[in-house]
Ligand binder design. Structure first.
Ligand SMILES: [Zn+2]
Length: 272
């Protein structure tokens, strides 16, 4: 049994602000070590639960945060950027996925560093008309390959969203959001033990059946500023809905994702 572990950073215990998650900032080196520790807890849990192999995908920012030299040496590591499936690259041949360090969708009250895909550029990200979190987008992408999301860890707000939208998925709450930039985090050892035990249980449990997200799939991106939409809409496949909103459609979720991430990338060149 092969397990994918996708590791983001905003939902790691202790993280509450940009100085902790942006390379070059004062506390980044401390928190990438803590991110690696939570990844290790999940790796240990996956093997405890019967995994034969584990691949870890670094899923935050430039995707070069996890300390390879401190990662459990039984796991493979995917790091770096330009991966078609982005946060869930490596999941194509997995039997199940664990999402660690995830955060609430853009616009969540009391979600620590809530955003969807891009905090700077995206005000709201809709899938088939519903505002979604990264966990839901990534679960849809993995569904294309029949891969279930077995567990999501992060703050209490993403846990609530996962329980609501991905009912078969277990959750681990490592901190409670007080607002966008503050949280009450549980003790470190408690967090690591919870992630390890819940990962083991999730991997050990009967594998839930997953059906591919039915196509066609529409992604609507409401940007934070009109010029992102303006530039993204230079691609004929992109439909401009209003000043700062665009929409793309794909025959399946992966195709829709490729168009949407291309539109976001192109729109983002407006920042240059
Ligand atoms: Zn992130």
């Amino acid at each position: 049994m092969r397990i994918l572990i996708s590791v983001d950073m905003e939902g790691i215990a202790g993280v509450t602000g940009r100085a902790e998650i942006v390379p070059g900032h004062s506390d980044y080196e401390r928190f990438r070590r803590l991110m690696t520790a939570e990844a290790n807890a999940a790796i240990q849990g996956a093997f405890d639960g019967g995994a034969d192999s584990v691949v870890v995908n670094d899923s935050h920012g430039g995707m070069r945060n996890l300390l390879y030299e401190e990662l459990d040496d039984r796991a493979e590591l995917i790091s770096g950027h330009n991966k078609v499936l982005t946060m869930v690259e490596g999941g194509q041949d997995a039997d199940g996925a664990l999402f660690i360090g995830y955060h609430a969708r853009a616009g969540s009250a009391r979600g620590v560093m809530d955003h969807t895909i891009s905090s700077l550029q995206v005000h709201n990200w809709f899938m088939n008309g519903v505002a979604v979190s990264e966990a839901e987008i990534n679960a849809a992408l993995l569904s294309q390959f029949g891969v279930p999301v077995l567990l999501v860890s992060g703050d209490d707000q993403i846990a609530a969203q996962v329980r609501d939208r991905l009912p078969g998925t277990r959750t681990v709450i490592v901190k409670y959001g007080l607002d966008h930039r503050s949280a009450r985090s549980l003790p470190r050892t408690t967090v690591w033990n919870m992630i390890r035990e819940a990962s083991a249980q999730a991997v050990r449990a009967p594998r839930p059946e997953v059906h591919p997200q039915a196509g066609p799939v529409t992604f609507r991106l409401e940007f934070t500023r009109s010029f992102y939409a303006e530039i993204a809409a230079l691609m004929p496949v992109v439909k401009r809905i209003d000043g700062r909103t665009i929409e793309v459609q794909g025959a399946d979720v992966v195709e829709a994702w490729r168009w949407a991430s291309s539109a976001l990338r192109l729109g983002s060149t407006g920042d240059n």
